[in-house]
Every structure is written in C-alpha cells, then in structure tokens.
Design a binder for this molecule. Structure first.
Ligand SMILES: NC(=O)c1ccc[n+]([C@@H]2O[C@H](COP(=O)([O-])OP(=O)(O)OC[C@H]3O[C@@H](n4cnc5c(N)ncnc54)[C@H](O)[C@@H]3O)[C@@H](O)[C@H]2O)c1
Length: 400
C-alpha cells in the first residue's frame, strides 16, 4: 500500500489494477471512480492500471474508463509497485491463475463470480487466500447482489429474527438473451471459458444470495439442466460475453447448460427451489428471491431494486399483508452516502458499495465478505447441481 498521502485527500492511496475492461471492467471502473467521492473512506482508491491483451484497445479503454496506465500482460500488472489490489474482471478460465499469482505477489484480490470454473480451482484459490491472509493480504469474491441496499436490509432483518425459523427459500434468476437460436457462440457458451452456462453465471448469484440471506449453507440438491439450442453461429469478429460481430464461419457446439433448475435442502431443514435460465422470454435480469419463515416473509426483485416486500405474520390477520419498504432512507444499508429518501439507486451502485466494503476491510485488516472460502462454497453447490443433473436428479450432498 502506498505510504504517502494523496494530495487533497489526506488519505493514503490504495492502487488498483484491473484485468479485463469489457462489461464487468466498465462496472468495476465506475465503482472505483465513484466510491471515494460518495463515501468517507480510510484509504484513497487510485485507478492505477488496467490490463487487456490488445495494446491499442486497452489504451483506449484506460482513457475511456479513467485508468492512469495500460498493460497487455496481467503478470506485468501484478508486478507494478503502484498496484495494491488486483481486480479480476475476466472470464472464469483465468480467475484461478491470476488470483493465485496476485496473492502470492503480495496483492489484495477482488475476483468476479463465479470464483472459478471448477471446484479444484476454487479450492486452490481459497487455500492461496488463507496463506495470503496470514501475510496481511485479503481476497474477496464479487457477489455484488449482496450490496443492493434492499438485500443488505433483508439480511439484517433475517439476522434480527424477523422471519423466525426459515421454511422456504425460493429463487429464480431469469434472462432472455439466448432465446434467438442465431445468437452467436460467445465465450459464455463454451465450457472451457465459462465452466458452465446459466448455472455458473446466474445460478452462482442465486446460490450466494440465498445462502447469505438465509445465513446458512445448502446441504444438498436435486437438479435438472438442459441445453435447448445445441449449435450456434461462430462469428469472425471480436466477441464479448454478451455480443459478437463479423461474418459467420458456420455453427459450433454449445457446451454449457442453457437452464438449470434444482431443489435444495438447507442445513436447518428449510427447503429451497432455484431456477436459472437465459430462455425466459421477456425477463431481462429478473433475480427474485422470497424467504418464508414462521414469523413472516421477505421478497426482493432485482428489476425493482429499491424495494423490499415484508409480511409480518405476527400482526393480526385482519390487517396483516405484504408491505413495500422503499429502501432509500439514510439509515438503510449504504444509503448514508447517497441521495435524499425516494431518489433511488441502480445496478451500478452495487459496484460502488463492493469497492467501499473492500477498502474498509483492507484498511482494518479484516476479512472482506464474501471471502474466497464463500466463493468456494458456492462452487461446491454448483458442482453438486451438475452431478445431480448427470445422475437423473438424484439427491446429491454438498461437501462441507
Ligand atoms: N457480478 C455481476 O453481476 C457479473 C455480470 C457479468 C459478468 N460477471 C462476471 O465477470 C467476469 C467477466 O465477465 P464480462 O461479462 O465482463 O465478460 P466480457 O466478455 O464482457 O469481458 C471480459 C474481458 O476480459 C478480457 N480478457 C479475457 N481473457 C483475458 C486475459 N487472459 N488477460 C487479460 N484480459 C483478458 C477480455 O478482453 C474482456 O475485456 C466473468 O467471471 C463473469 O461471470 C459478473
């Protein structure tokens, strides 16, 4: 970490180096650019350098997104003295290699979800994070949906016992960008880059949010997966996860799931149901979660992210019912830095909050949440889902 104070801030700089600059790269850049201007931080995040593989393109991205320098090899980024935190925004196939190397080089690490493409990789990352922690370096998994004020409030209410013993956790994460059978074969549809399909992409968020809100682990699952469109156009042009261009080279095989459905048993005995799909026509980014407990229920929908629905079942039945909490009050989670009540937040703010929490954890020398160990816990659930689906939905326990 830099030792000199940043001019004008009175706080020591915390140099950030980011790998990958497309969708998540842009979202994380927004987070790092904004966080110190909204929240009172103990350190001053500095956008030191960004890394991509094409020199011209990464230079242009650095200018557009606000990074001071550009690198074309992530090893060079990690080696920079002005980089204290390595922020990994690449597809899953490179997470483990970059994260382990960065931790071993003495850097803090923020890694996008899913933590890795396999349980073996995620275990190696969690072990590297444990070793690094003993030396003072910290690692965090980028499950940003924990950082919507409404989900953070939901967690607080569950922890306060407002729902009592949990009975049901019902989660669906629905998108529709693969409905068109001519959508191109991007990295997200290839196992060697993405690890899995809707499961690792959307299901990972659903599993993490469910375990986080419930405050307990998933013990076992029974699953179905399907790949509805098994071949898609291969295009010659540049490809990001959600788009590609150029002319067609014919069709190639989709090697991941298009949809994953599973039921789950939580350690307390609560039952869960999960649905992750990219084929829900009309649903753009609909992450919905509902928890039912003996004393009440909570419901959240990412497409209405400033709201949380709460039913207090201890109230007299004659007037009880779901009510809408508008989560924009100054004492709601993360709201102290933002706008007056009723002036809502959006998707991008989750990345600002993620950066805020990581900076505080680094300054305090405390483990940021979710840790790599929690990322590994999600990975183990995803692996159990795949194993169950391969075995005709047989109930499969998740190793602790
Ligand atoms: N938290 C969320 O809400 C969320 C949303 C989307 C994606 N993600 C995750 O973020 C990660 C990236 O996804 P994306 O949608 O930003 O993908 P993307 O295709 O938009 O961007 C990937 C970037 O990584 C770069 N890259 C790939 N390999 C590289 C390497 N070896 N060295 C340097 N750069 C490399 C690409 O050039 C590109 O800039 C994935 O793990 C994905 O699951 C998270």
């Amino acid at each position: 970490m830099g030792t000199t104070q940043e001019p004008g801030t009175g706080r020591r700089p915390l140099g950030v180096g980011m790998v990958g600059y497309a969708f998540m790269g842009a979202a994380h850049s927004q987070g790092w650019r904004t966080v110190g201007r909204v929240f009172d931080l103990p350190l001053n995040p500095v956008l030191a350098a960004v890394c991509g593989r094409d020199g011209q393109a990464v230079r242009a991205a650095a200018d557009r997104l606000g990074w001071a320098a550009a690198e074309t090899d992530w090893r060079a980024l990690i080696a920079r003295d002005d980089v204290d935190v390595v922020d990994i925004c690449t597809p899953g196939d490179s997470h483990a290699e970059i994260a382990v190397a960065a931790l071993e080089a003495g850097k803090h690490v923020l890694c996008e979800k899913p933590l890795a493409n396999t349980v073996d990789e995620a275990e190696a990352m969690a072990e590297a994070a444990e070793r690094a922690r003993a030396r003072g370096q910290l690692a965090m998994t980028g499950f940003n949906y924990r950082r919507v004020p409404a989900t953070a409030l939901a967690r607080r209410m569950v922890a306060e016992g407002r729902l009592g013993a949990l009975r049901h956790v019902r989660v669906s994460y629905l998108q529709d960008w693969l409905v068109d059978p001519d959508f191109p074969l991007t990295w997200r549809l290839k196992k060697e880059y993405a690890g899995s399909g809707a499961l690792g992409d959307l299901g990972a968020h659903a599993v993490d949010l469910a375990q986080y809100l419930a405050g307990e682990r998933i013990a076992g699952v029974s699953a179905l997966t399907e790949t509805f469109v098994r071949e898609r156009p291969v295009l010659t042009g540049a490809s990001a996860g959600l788009a590609a261009g150029g002319s067609s080279l014919g069709r190639g095989p989709v090697t991941v799931d298009d949809a994953a459905l599973f039921t789950a048993r939580f350690t307390s005995g609560a039952l869960g149901s999960f649905e992750a799909t990219r084929f829900a026509a009309g649903r753009k980014n609909a992450l919905r979660i509902e928890l039912n407990g003996e004393k009440g229920s909570l419901a959240f929908d990412l497409e209405r992210l400033n709201e949380l629905s709460f039913h207090d079942h201890t109230e007299p039945g004659v007037s009880a019912g779901f009510r809408r909490i508008l989560v924009t009050e100054p004492d709601h989670p993360y709201l102290e830095g933002w706008w007056p009540p009723g002036h809502g937040l959006g998707y991008e703010h989750t990345f600002v909050h993620q950066a805020r929490d990581l900076v505080h954890a680094i300054a305090a020398g405390e483990q940021p949440q979710p840790s790599f160990a929690e990322g590994l816990r999600v990975q183990r659930v995803l692996a159990a889902v795949e194993e169950s689906a391969l075995k005709n939905s047989v109930y499969t326990t998740v190793p602790v």
